[in-house]
Design a protein around this ligand. Structure first.
Ligand SMILES: *Cc1c(COP(=O)(O)O)cnc(C)c1O
Length: 463
């Protein structure tokens, strides 16, 4: 077998990748024809590929590299921990310093009385934990019939069976089926679904769907509502201002648990440690992952309030993962949080680079293809449209135009993602003003090229 390295020719790497590697969320046959892009190294906000291109990563990997690439401190923390204690579990009445220290740090950073952490290896696992924790909680409280969890269409909570069922991605539901006892309400996506209502009216209407759903199921059967404060994978959907206060009111009125899935929104993405702070939510449980370790190690968890932790603590919770509280992942996460805090990265996003990016990003709405430009902190999206005034979708199948735009971005050495025909950014939080200028310039260039391509292909047509 040949020994592969970053010096192996790209074509060779692509061939072997296609032969043996099944990629997630990918049509692997199509990819095999085309060949994957091979990323070899990264520094700050910049990727290098196997052909030597330098690419601005406006997605922070998969929304996770908040501290930026190439931080030696995180590598050193991992190496130290691997030498001292590479692995031990947290089952059977044992613990270790990295898990203890990270749990305490998270309790300090989290709002309200979210003082307890159940560790997982990823966001999906953490949401599976949440599902079981909610049902176990109500059982332990003597209300075992409160099993239903309400999520949202186009919400994303991960890819395990539990997390995927909580999410509202129909394409995922169609492959393998969903768990019983999970219901969905519509998303607060005013641009696509708001019709003639004002954003504020629409926000209230969508929030009240939660109350209608609770009444339809029966308030004594509902255990929890789960939602992302800002939907990420659904296309960076920012709810109208009227939405969250109404959701909070309804959740409290019926005494159900609120789970804020902060896997993307947490750790500075919205300009505060957590989006629950940005949006004034008071969740009982928060899902965390991604930015927790800036993606340097796989780790996730559930941050749990005092009351829920106390109830769960009164029974044996028959649940856990071999890598719950993995010492190396915890040590790296802790070091990541130290850097975010000491370097005042989140303050910088809130007070300086965030507002700067917002101003430049929102100005893209003057582009003929852009119907809406929405951004909170450092997660933003552009709705592409053939007719702004009508907020019209394209006649072409959803995602056709977004894909064209993504390809243009990539050709211009910019990673932007598309969700259907929305273009998404979520850059590393350490992005500088100069890099923001480059991001915006390349985005505008890519939009211009997309417009030309759409005109040439007769795709500027309303659906
Ligand atoms: C990515 C994501 C998850 C799943 O996390 P994984 O680490 O991929 O399992 C869950 N919720 C949200 C909001 C996410 O963006």
């Amino acid at each position: 077998m040949t020994i592969l390295s970053t010096n192996t020719p790209t074509e060779e790497l692509r061939r072997i990748d296609a032969a043996h590697h099944m990629h997630p969320f990918t049509n692997n046959a199509e990819l095999g024809e085309k060949g994957a892009r091979v990323v070899t190294r990264a520094e700050g906000c910049w990727l290098t590929d196997s052909d030597g291109n330098r690419i601005l990563d406006a997605m922070a990997g998969l929304w996770c590299v908040n501290i930026g690439y190439g931080r030696d401190e995180l590598a050193a923390a991992a190496a130290r921990q691997m030498q001292e204690l590479p692995y031990y579990n947290t089952f059977f009445q044992t613990s270790h310093v990295p898990a203890i220290a990270l749990a305490a740090k998270l309790a300090e950073l989290a709002p309200g009385d979210l003082n307890h952490v159940f560790f997982a290896g990823s966001g999906s696992e953490a949401n599976d934990t949440n599902l079981r924790m909610v049902r176990t909680y109500w059982q332990a409280k003597g209300q075992p019939e409160r099993t239903v969890i309400i999520g949202r269409w186009n919400g994303y909570h991960g890819s395990t069976v539990g997390a995927m069922s909580l999410g509202g991605m129909k394409g995922m539901h169609a492959q393998g089926g969903v768990l019983d006892g999970i219901e969905h309400i519509d998303q607060p996506n005013w641009w696509a679904e708001g019709g003639d209502l004002s954003p504020e009216e629409f926000g209230l209407e969508r929030a009240r769907q939660l109350e209608e759903k609770i009444l339809e199921i029966g308030p004594d059967k509902v255990g929890a509502f789960i939602a992302e404060p800002v939907q990420g994978a659904g296309g960076v959907i920012v709810a109208p201002d009227s939405y969250w206060p109404e959701v909070q009111r309804i959740v409290e009125k019926y005494g159900i648990l609120l789970i804020a899935d902060e896997v993307i929104c947490g750790f500075g993405r919205t300009g505060n440690w957590f989006a629950s702070q940005t949006l004034g939510l008071r969740p009982h449980i928060m899902t965390i992952a991604k930015g927790l370790s800036s993606g340097y190690q796989p780790i996730g968890g559930s941050l749990v309030c005092d009351e829920v932790a106390e109830v769960i603590g009164s029974v044996e919770f028959n649940h856990g993962y071999t890598y719950s509280g993995h010492p190396v992942a915890c040590a790296v996460a802790l070091e990541n949080l130290r850097l975010l805090e000491e370097e005042k990265v989140i303050e910088q996003v809130r007070d300086d680079t965030g507002p700067y990016l917002k101003e430049k990003f929102e100005a893209l709405v003057d582009h003929p293809l852009v119907g809406e430009a929405k951004i909170v902190g450092m997660m933003g999206s552009l709705a592409l449209t053939p007719n702004k005034a009508a907020r019209a979708p394209f006649a072409a199948e959803a995602g056709t135009v977004g894909f064209i735009c993504r390809e243009r971005c990539f050709n211009n050495n910019l990673i932007m993602r598309h969700v259907a025909d929305r273009m998404i950014i979520s850059p590393p939080l350490v992005i500088s003003r100069e890099e923001i200028d480059i991001l915006i310039e390349r985005a505008r260039q890519s939009l211009d090229e997309t417009l030309v391509a759409l005109q040439e292909q007769n795709l500027m047509v309303e659906g």
